[in-house]
Design a protein around this ligand. Sequence first.
Ligand code: SF4
Length: 251
Amino acid sequence: MAENSPVPDSADLLMALSVIEDSLLTGLALNRPGSEILAALGEGGAGQGPASHAQGGQESAPASADLAGLEARAGACTACRLASTRQHVVFGEGVAKPLVLVVGEGPGAEEDSQGLPFVGASGKLLDRMLASIGLSRRENCYIANIVKCRPPGNREPNPDEKASCMPYLREQIRLLAPRAILCAGRTAAQTLLDTTEGINRLRSRSHLYGDIPLVATYHPSALLRDETLKRPAWEDLKSLRDILAGSGGKA
Ligand code: SF4
């Protein structure tokens, strides 16, 4: 969660969801449902087992020994000061070889408590956003953060903390080999793109992380605070969908 997010009330969450659902209903440039697009890609998700932290208390099934080994190393990591205040190392959650790797800033209080990324209100909104273009952390996405341990008080991670933790994310990206990366919020986009540009500029154009297309958008908690961001966030999701469908994205 993080990105300085207060806990939104349920009315805000419902409003955010309704905007996305309205966009779907009005067919805002979504000519085909996400499930059709993914089926056309031959990537409907069936058979892509969970890579880590299956939801609902199920046993996790690591995608590979390498990823499991990386998670074990992160679980014992004390490379930065965040180790001293965490409850859990939040390594990530999703499937092996995902279509999309979603990257957020860092765990919030609920994520730290549960050991899972993007839970609570902003996590539910993220799941609905992904579902609007046929994506799911259970079937074809993986979700991780720039830092694996919670910064106290939901503050932004310090530069040295991000630098200490980024080797884990870089290795996750190498092992997961996603088709595209979706950065949720300024911190994730700035860190992966090694820039100080603001999120409004970063989300206005397409990027590459290595040879992987990268789309930057607002953090779900920002959408819950400011409903004017929901429409542009929907445009970002459409760009991601277009990239997955092989028709580009933003210029
Ligand atoms: S935030 Fe990252 S580098 Fe710091 S202790 Fe946690 S896993 Fe290690």
